[in-house]
Design a protein around this ligand. Sequence first.
Ligand code: ATP
Ligand code: MG
Length: 448
Amino acid sequence: MIRKFISRVLRGKKPAARFGEPAVIPVSSHGITRDRLSSGSRRTCEGLQAAGFKAYVVGGAVRDLLIGAEPKDFDVATDATPEEVRRCFRRSRIIGRRFQIVHVMMGQEVIEVTTFRGQLDENTKTDEHGRVLHDNVFGTQAEDAARRDFTANALYYDPSSETVLDYHHGVGDLKAKTLRMIGEPRARYREDPVRMLRAVRLAAKLGLSIDPAAKKPIREMADLLENVPAARLFDEMLKLLTSGHSVKCITQLRDEGLHHGLLPLLDVILEQPMGEKFVMLALANTDERVRRGKGTSPGFLFATLLWHEVLAHWDKLKAKGESKIPALFQAMDTVLDVQGEKLAITRRIAGDIKDIWALQPRFEQRAGKRPYALLEHPRFRAGYDFLLLRAQAGELDMDVVEWWSHFQNADGEKRGQMLLPDTGADKKKRRRRRKKPAGESVDRSDAA
Ligand code: ATP
Ligand code: MG
């Protein structure tokens, strides 16, 4: 009673719109038994229900189980307030300031528990383009369902009865392989332009086609992505690139005209034949890794996406007479400045990206002691994988890659035999560096 009152107060005075009752789909029809859930999410629902609250596994996990895919994570939605959730579980904490959610720790698992969100109304704060800025009202389950993006994402699974509550015909849409927006697509994209990216990513990942009504406005509304905070775009891009379907996603982004606002230069890169070949190879490679359950590093991914921009800047600077290595570092900084601003590439990831790029010229040196030093570099493996991609894309000779793969695996004596003759130029460079005063010796030319 009190809870109902509080949620009404939180929602403001506007009477709740009427939403239809959900279809209740029994296990005999959908076939998802409770043992398919992670034990953490099941126990979280049980704990909340035992305390008298509603609790469901919701969103992507239910959708993925219905189409026979492995869910990435299991989120829980409830009518308990964050404070009430926290009181139910000893190992839990409230996170987020505006819209609080609770992390419940169950063994190794962290379950994200969200209180049902209320509908948007005239008091909802938006920016001048209609993007919702504050989203912090609690509501009923039906309102929560209507706030979700696609019908297939508005499904609630109750572990105690093993039923699925379907508010927007999501199960039928999934069967028909359609990704359908809840509500009027234009309005929903205006509220949150990231939904355009989510449409492309989810359709590619799940093998669904975007319903024409949701697909059509994307091209016209693509520019709205420019107003989305960089950190959110970065998160979404990362999800997209590590979905295991990045080739499909990027191709579709391009088809929908969505690539302009994301990586400002991605369209340029994709239009250069060499750039496109390199990026597509890199993405195919990442997809393969994701599907085999191997990890992917964001640094490596972004290093590949931006490499041809670096090459273009680097060439320009060299043509102006800059020497090779300082020109490379200058080009790297320029590209990261431009892209980093749009995508909020974190400092740590930017560091990884630079390491990978800076190692590239060092692979050309196969004489003297330098190859040994390179092998010891903490980023050697990433640098080598990057080199391999460059060779596969036809940017450099495969001989160099083969040399390095043998050199890595050879024993001490064999390695010595593999070294190329030290040319006079190399020796001279080293002599020059030795003469520099202490402190300057670990400079960028070391990367040469
Ligand atoms: P994934 O498989 O990538 O996790 P997901 O659909 O589960 O896909 P999440 O980001 O985990 O995506 O979001 C969980 C749920 O929250 C979604 O299923 C959807 O119901 C809701 N949701 C997420 N983002 C939005 C959004 N931008 N607008 C409306 N609802 C959203
Ligand atoms: Mg999810």
